[in-house]
Design a protein around this ligand. Structure first.
Ligand code: MOS
Length: 747
C-alpha cells in the first residue's frame, strides 16, 4: 500500500508522524466530553416524541417529578430562558426547543428530566406520560413530491441560487434537442445518518451569569455565539470547551437543541448538568442528509464533448424550515459544458432538521453527475475516463477564475496506471472470476473551497525552556488537526515536534472557522504557519541585534532554525539554541500571532479520482468492493499517515453510502425504522478491501501560504458513483437508487 507518488519525507511537513493524541487514545487516557465530571454534577435525560406530527394534548410529569433523586422536569409549559428568535440567534431549527406544544417530527424533545444520578433521571423520564393529539404525518419524499417548491430563507446554506442558467439567456432545452447523444436519468439517495461513534454529549455549568459548555463541537466559536445569543448573553460570558470529539462528519458543526436544554436545565437546578444522547437520539436528532431525487440530463456531440448539463434536484425538508440540499453546487465546476441549467426544490416531510453531512451537496450531487457521465460514455461507446478527460475544465466557470492549482489530469493518469484501468473490457458483464461477475468503475471528485468570512487566528510561543506552544481553538475530531498544527509549528519555528505543546478546543483560544468545510488545514494551518513564522522572525531579530549572540550582526534572512536552534545558513556551526537566546534576554517567551484571510483571486478547489473494482455473486447479488484506488490533489500533504488514514476513511464512508447505509422512515408513522447500528449498517473491517491512496502532493501556495488544502470531504466525493458504475460494468444493471442492496439487483 502506497500513499504517494514520490518519496514520503522522514521529518518536517509531510512526515507520517503519529497523532499527538494517539498514545492517550490507545491507552484510554484520552478524555471526551461525556467523560467530564464536575463537583455537584447532575444528569439530564430527554423525553422525545413518539409521533411525528401533532400536538401535546397533555404531558403528565407528576410521577416523574416525585421520583427519587429528581431535581427538575422541564416541558413546554415552563418558561424557557430563550431570548429573541431562532433567526436572530441563527439557531439550527426554526423553533426553540420546548417553545410550544406542536410536534413536527419523530424524536422532537418534549421534556428534560434532571436528577442526581443518570439511573434516576432515566427512570423518571420513563414515568413522563404524554397524551398526543395525532395528526397525519407526511413521512416520505414521494408523498411530499407533488408539493415541492422553491425554497427561500436563511436555511439556504451555503447560499446558492435555487435556479440558474449559464450563460444567461441560454436555452438548455434547445441545447438538449440539438445534442447528438443524450442521457436523461433520475437518481435517488436515501436519508443518511452521520453515525459517528460518539453521540452528542454536553456538560453545562453556570457561574453567576457565565455559562461553560463542555460540548462535542466542530466549531466552538460559532457554537458559543449561537448559545450566547439564545441566552441573551454577551459572547464573552459563554465558554465552549470541546476536547477530543469522537467522530462528527458534519453533525457537530451545528448547535443542537440538547445543548440549549442542558444549559437551561443547569440554570434551573443551579448545578452542573451532564446530558448524553442515547444512540437512538443520535440517529434522530442531530441531523442527517435528507433523501434527494436528482434528474440529470446530459447532451453531447458524437465525439463526447458536452453541450449541456441540466441538473434538477428535489430534497425532503423539515416542516418548519426550508433546507435545500446543495447537490447542484459543484455541477458547473466538474466538467466544461457550454450550457448549464440547475434547479433545486424542497418538499416538506415530518423529519428532524437535516444537517451538513461530509461533503454536503457534492456527496449526493456527484452520485448523479458521475453516474450520468458513465451512462453517456456507454452510449457514446467511449471509455468513461476518456470522456472525462475530453470534458476537462480549466477555469472555474462560475467565477471565470483560473484555479489556484489543478492537477486532475495527473490524478486520472496516476489512478488509471495504479488500478490497471486499461485492462478493463468495454462490454458490461464480460469480466468474470469463477462464478463472480467483476466490474470496474471510476468517478471524478471535486470539492470547492468556500471562503470563510472571518479571519482565522493562531498564536505560537517559543518558550525559554526550548519548547513551543501553539494555541488555536481548532478541535480534534479524529482527523489529525492537533498533529497538523503541531507539525506546522515545528516546521515554522524549528522547535522539534516532540517539544511542541498544543492547546486547542476552547473559545478562549484564537478563533478559527473550525473543523468544517474541509477548512482545518487550509485556514487554521495557514494561521499557525504565519504565527510560527512571526515567532521565529522575532527570535531571529533578537539574536542578530544581541551583541552577546553568536549570530550578532548577521542579516536576518541568512538565519535558519532547526532542532531548537538558530544558526547561520552558510556555517551551521555558528548559532545558538532558543533556550540560550531567551535565557539571556529575560526568559520571556517569544510570541507570534497569525491572522489569516485568504487573498487569492483564484478559484480554490480540491480534486480526485476514484477507481474501484467490485465482485457480484450472481446467485445472491451482494456487491463487494474488492479493490479501490483513490488519487487526490489536495496541495501539499501535511502528514502522509494522517492523510492516507483520512482518505481511506472517506472512501469507506462512500462505500457505506453506495452499498448499505439508509435511515428508513416508516411511511405511515414517520418513525425511522431501526435507528441503531443493528439496522443502520456502516462498513466494518470485513467489508473493506485494500484501499490504495495516492497523492499528487504539489504545494498550492496560491491557495494558502503553506501550500496545503483541506481533504476531509473530497475523498468521499464520487465513491458511490464509482461503485455504482462498477456494478453496471459487472452486471449490466444500472442501479440509480442508493444503497445498492441485493434486492435491487435481483429483479
Ligand atoms: Mo462538514 S459536513 O462541514 O463537517
Amino acid at each position: 500500500m502506497t500513499s504517494r507518488t514520490t518519496e514520503v519525507p522522514k521529518s518536517g511537513i509531510g512526515a507520517p508522524v503519529d497523532r499527538v493524541e494517539a498514545h492517550d487514545k490507545v491507552t484510554g487516557a484520552a478524555l471526551y466530553t461525556a467523560d467530564a465530571r464536575l463537583p455537584r454534577m447532575t444528569h439530564a435525560v430527554l423525553v422525545a416524541s413518539t409521533v411525528s406530527a401533532g400536538r401535546v394534548r397533555r404531558i403528565d410529569t407528576a410521577r416523574a417529578a416525585t421520583a427519587p433523586g429528581v431535581l427538575a422536569v422541564l416541558t413546554h409549559r415552563d418558561r424557557m430562558p430563550w431570548r429573541g428568535t431562532p433567526e436572530d440567534a441563527t439557531f439550527m431549527e426554526a423553533r426553540f426547543p420546548l417553545a410550544d406544544d406542536r410536534i413536527s417530527y419523530y424524536g422532537q424533545y418534549l421534556a428534560v428530566v434532571v436528577a442526581e444520578t443518570l439511573a434516576q433521571a432515566e427512570y423518571a423520564a420513563s414515568l413522563v406520560a404524554v397524551d398526543y393529539e395525532r395528526h397525519r404525518p407526511v413521512p416520505t419524499l414521494d408523498q411530499a413530491l407533488p408539493h415541492a417548491y422553491t425554497a427561500t430563507g436563511r436555511f439556504i446554506q451555503p447560499p446558492f441560487p435555487q435556479r440558474a442558467v449559464l450563460p444567461e439567456g441560454a436555452d438548455p432545452g434547445a441545447a438538449m434537442e440539438g445534442a447528438a447523444v443524450r442521457v436523461d436519468a433520475t437518481y435517488r439517495v436515501p436519508h443518511y445518518s452521520h453515525a459517528p461513534l460518539e453521540p452528542g454529549a454536553v456538560v453545562a455549568s453556570w457561574e453567576g451569569d457565565a455559562l461553560t459548555l463542555r460540548d462535542c463541537s466542530q466549531k466552538v466559536h460559532q457554537h458559543r455565539d449561537i448559545v450566547a445569543a439564545v441566552f441573551g448573553l454577551p459572547p464573552e460570558r459563554v465558554r465552549v470547551l470541546s476536547p477530543l470529539v469522537g467522530g462528527a462528519f458534519g453533525n457537530k458543526t451545528d448547535t443542537w437543541a440538547h445543548s440549549l436544554l442542558a444549559a437551561a436545565a443547569a440554570r434551573a437546578v443551579r448545578r452542573p448538568v451532564k446530558l448524553v444522547l442515547t444512540r437512538k437520539q443520535a440517529f434522530t436528532a442531530t441531523g442527517h442528509q435528507p433523501p434527494i431525487i436528482q434528474r440529470l440530463r446530459l447532451g453531447a456531440d458524437a465525439g463526447g464533448k458536452l453541450a449541456v448539463i441540466v441538473h434538477d434536484v428535489v430534497n425532503a425538508t423539515e416542516v418548519r424550515g426550508d433546507r435545500p440540499d446543495p447537490a447542484v453546487v459543484s455541477t458547473a465546476s466538474t466538467y466544461a459544458a457550454p450550457v448549464l441549467s440547475v434547479t433545486t426544490r424542497v418538499a416538506k416531510v415530518n423529519i428532524s432538521p437535516s444537517a451538513n453531512l461530509r461533503a454536503p451537496g457534492d456527496g449526493p450531487g456527484s452520485f448523479a453527475l458521475e453516474c450520468a457521465m458513465d451512462e453517456l460514455a456507454y452510449r457514446l461507446g467511449m471509455d468513461p475516463l476518456d470522456l472525462r478527460r475530453r470534458n476537462h475544465l480549466e477555469k472555474d466557470p462560475l467565477t471565470r477564475r483560473p484555479y489556484s492549482d489543478k492537477n486532475l489530469l495527473e490524478a486520472y493518469d496516476l489512478g488509471a496506471e495504479r488500478f490497471g484501468w486499461s485492462r478493463r473490457p468495454a462490454k458490461p458483464g464480460s469480466l468474470r472470476d469463477g462464478d463472480d461477475l467483476v466490474g470496474y468503475g471510476m468517478a471524478t471528485a471535486v470539492r470547492g473551497e468556500l471562503p470563510d468570512p472571518l479571519a482565522t487566528q493562531a498564536e505560537v510561543e517559543i518558550r525559554a525552556d526550548g519548547t513551543a506552544e501553539v494555541r488555536t481553538a481548532i478541535q480534534e475530531i479524529g482527523t489529525g488537526s492537533l498533529t497538523m498544527v503541531a507539525q506546522i509549528t515545528a516546521a515554522g519555528t524549528g522547535v522539534p515536534l516532540g517539544r511542541v505543546d498544543v492547546r486547542a478546543g476552547d473559545t478562549r483560544l484564537p478563533r478559527t472557522p473550525g473543523n468544517g468545510g474541509s477548512k482545518a488545514t487550509g485556514y487554521t494551518g495557514s494561521a499557525v504557519h504565519l504565527a510560527a513564522e512571526q515567532a521565529r522572525t522575532t527570535a531571529v531579530r533578537m539574536a542578530v541585534t544581541d551583541p552577546e549572540s553568536p549570530l550578532h550582526g548577521l542579516p536576518q534572512d541568512e538565519i535558519e532554525a532547526d532542532d531548537g536552534r538558530l544558526f547561520h545558513r552558510e556555517k551551521p556551526g555558528r548559532g545558538e539554541t532558543y533556550r540560550a537566546l531567551l535565557a539571556r534576554n529575560g526568559g520571556k517567551p517569544v510570541l507570534g500571532k497569525g491572522n489569516y484571510t485568504p487573498r487569492t483571486s483564484h478559484a480554490v478547489a480540491t480534486f480526485g479520482a476514484h477507481f474501484t473494482e467490485v465482485r457480484v455473486d450472481p446467485r445472491l447479488p451482494r456487491v463487494r468492493v474488492t479493490r479501490h484506488v483513490g488519487v487526490f490533489d489536495i496541495g501539499r500533504v501535511t502528514n502522509h499517515k494522517a492523510a492516507r488514514n483520512q482518505a481511506q476513511g472517506g472512501i469507506v464512508f462512500g462505500m457505506g453510502w453506495a452499498l448499505m447505509e439508509q435511515l428508513v422512515p416508516d411511511p405511515v408513522s414517520g418513525r425511522y425504522v431501526g435507528p441503531a447500528f443493528t439496522d443502520y449498517h456502516i462498513p466494518v473491517n470485513a467489508d473493506v478491501p485494500d484501499i490504495d491512496v495516492l497523492f499528487v502532493d504539489k504545494p498550492d501556495t496560491i491557495a494558502h501560504p503553506h501550500g496545503s488544502k483541506g481533504m476531509g470531504e473530497v475523498v468521499a466525493v464520487g465513491v458511490a458513483a464509482a461503485i455504482a458504475n462498477a456494478v453496471y460494468h459487472a452486471t449490466g444493471k444500472r442501479i440509480r437508487e442508493l444503497p445498492i442492496t441485493p434486492d435491487k439487483l435481483v429483479s
